[in-house]
Design a protein around this ligand. Structure first.
Ligand SMILES: Nc1ncnc2c1ncn2[C@@H]1O[C@H](COP(=O)(O)OP(=O)(O)OP(=O)(O)O)[C@@H](O)[C@H]1O
Length: 303
């Protein structure tokens, strides 16, 4: 079952279609990475899913229900979110801030202690939030989102502004949520490496359009192996290889061949040598995830 499904989801600002015909499917129990360069439309999409921004066209189903005026509140009761930087009362403690959210959401008081433990802030619960570090504030935001033990958690760039240790901690926390609490987590990021370490499903958007959506495994599957061959005369080598039914293309001084068994590669290099061609280089290469991201989005990846 899919926890979120969008159909033909669009958002237009002025004359620009910033989110274009999105068909998203978020499987239950997944950590679903929503990846795209800055300005691709991630926040706008997540806000539409949460009913904070009205779609120009299309439909959204969350937890099996159509998101409309009648269903919105019922659905959102089972959804936690952290969108943009969370807001707090700096003069109140972490625990007091959570008590406000707990009262508003009408969830049991005991949840406060529990979520503080989950985000490892129980030792700091009596400290004023104004004295929290950025990482602690971000974890408090996550604690607030977790308060009602939602079935679905939506996090927009939750590691933004955190230091490497904070990023690692947030990542581990997010990964643990489906297993510990049966939650589905949607997490946006412009960092491929981050999604690669956190998600099991990935959607990639570019200028509002979906360019990839599948399992992380399938994304890795795109990073195919190939052989790169350089000879003393690539043009002649290419026609000789064609005689042997091996097709290749030329790229930056190399002939790119499909991956071949060792015996075939040895036979072909012998064949080239017999035809007075020197094999200068023969290497196995793999397209990196960064190359794939670049191909899909037309932009260099941020790591
Ligand atoms: N309220 C608005 N009015 C007009 N344009 C907007 C509005 N909100 C967002 N946009 C535009 O929509 C596009 C997508 O913005 P959005 O914030 O969704 O991108 P994003 O992928 O979340 O990027 P970032 O990581 O930089 O926040 C941008 O070009 C942005 O300028």
């Amino acid at each position: 079952m899919n926890i979120i499904e969008t159909h033909d989801l669009c958002k237009q600002y002025g004359n620009a279609l910033r989110v274009a015909h999105l068909e998203l499917s978020v499987p239950e129990g997944s950590v679903y990475g929503f990846l795209g360069p800055n300005g691709a439309g991630k926040s706008t999409t997540l806000k539409m899913i949460l009913g904070l921004v009205r779609p120009t066209a299309g439909s959204i189903r969350v937890l099996g229900r159509q998101m409309n005026r009648a269903n919105r509140l019922t659905v959102l009761r089972q959804v936690g979110s952290l969108i943009e930087s969370p807001s707090y009362y700096g003069h109140l403690t972490g625990e007091e801030n959570l008590r406000i959210v707990q009262t508003l959401r009408g969830v049991p008081e005991k949840n406060i202690r529990e979520v503080l433990q989950i985000v490892r802030l129980d030792g700091q619960r009596g400290k004023k939030v104004a004295h929290y570090s950025l990482g602690m504030k971000q974890r408090l935001g996550l604690a607030a989102a977790l308060l009602g033990y939602p079935k679905l958690l939506i996090l927009d760039e939750p590691t933004n502004g955190l230091d490497p240790a904070g990023i690692q901690e947030m990542r581990e926390l997010i990964c643990s949520l489906p297993g510990r609490f049966g939650m589905t987590v949607v997490v946006s990021s412009h960092l491929l490496s981050e999604i690669d370490q956190m998600a099991d499903h990935v959607a990639i958007i570019r200028e509002g359009e979906l360019v990839f959506q599948d399992s992380l495994e399938a994304l890795h599957g795109h990073s195919s192996h190939h052989l790169a061959l350089r000879t003393s005369n690539n043009t002649v080598a290419r026609s000789l290889l064609a005689e042997q039914s091996v097709t290749c293309r030329e790229e930056e001084g190399y002939l790119i061949l499909p991956i071949l068994p060792d015996e075939t590669a040895a036979r072909l290099t012998r064949f080239l040598a017999e035809n007075r061609l020197g094999v200068v280089r023969l290497e196995e290469r793999q397209k990196s995830l960064e190359d794939i991201f670049l191909e899909l989005t037309g932009r260099a990846v941020s790591l």
